[in-house]
Design a protein. Structure first.
Length: 256
């Protein structure tokens, strides 16, 4: 079934994408790329690796659309949506079917493809949702253990656990204002007491905290884990990334 809607997508559709990406059940937000490559370079380099064959290529399609799919034996296992370029289903760089779980996400990806009208050709760096979806389906789903390992190593050097020395009162006050809600959320909602320091060295969190954080990360589906990875690499903070992925609305706490 073809869903009729003009491109670019409406503000409501963008909100659907943002809402979908902010939950642990849905596909993750922010950008992505090869799991190993993310630790080495900027997000632009990551996107270039996700789309190595289309960067700079002239637009080869005219129309962009979205199609709703019902579950079937030879298709998605649940209702899904796919992006169409001139009526043909878009696939990931790894040639996998790109079955997207929500209409909002599908139209978000479709809008990125429809916006490729520049003289420089197709620019993957302007397609964060496509990059994210491709990372999720081509990389995280195939190498989940590596992604978990990549993000978890940030726990012991987490940005929100390091404070300025007391003599730097203004900076320390700002850090406390920004970091304290995250520490309280981790302690109150998840039973995780985080170690802190004003010196530069590897933190040693309580063993129970480490175990619980591992459980939190492992409980995420592949889409949310992709979001977690990208947010962690960008912020150098697993704690902040967990908050971005797990908290559905503004504020902290499971019921926030």
């Amino acid at each position: 079934m073809m869903i009729a809607r003009s491109i670019p997508v409406s503000r409501r559709s963008i909100c659907l994408v943002q809402s979908h990406f902010s939950t642990s059940e849905g596909a993750a937000a922010i950008m992505g790329g090869h799991a190993a490559a993310i630790t080495k370079g900027t997000m632009d380099k990551v996107r270039e690796q996700v789309h190595p064959t289309i960067k700079g290529r002239r637009r080869f399609y005219k129309n962009v659309g979205v199609r709703r799919l019902a579950s079937s034996d030879d298709g998605p296992t649940a209702e899904a949506f796919e992006v169409l370029l001139d009526g043909r289903a878009l696939k990931t760089p790894g040639r996998r079917s790109m079955y997207l779980p929500t209409e909002g996400l599908a139209w978000g990806v479709a809008a990125e493809w429809d916006a490729q009208t520049g003289q420089r050709g197709i620019e993957p760096s302007t397609m964060p949702l496509m990059s994210l979806a491709a990372t999720w389906l081509d990389q995280t789903a195939e190498g989940r253990e590596l992604v978990v390992k990549n993000v978890f190593k940030y726990l012991h050097t987490d940005t929100v656990c390091f404070y300025a020395e007391p003599v730097l009162r203004v900076l320390r006050k700002r850090q406390t204002k920004a970091f304290r809600p995250l520490h309280e959320w981790m302690a109150d909602d998840w039973g995780c007491d985080l170690a802190t320091s004003n010196e530069v060295f590897r933190l040693k969190h309580p063993a129970e905290t480490v175990t619980r954080v591992k459980s939190m990360v492992n409980a995420l589906d592949d889409a949310a884990l992709t979001a977690l990875q990208c947010a962690t690499m960008e912020t150098k903070s697993l704690v902040l990334a967990l908050a971005l992925v797990l908290v559905k609305r503004r504020g902290f706490g499971r019921d926030a």
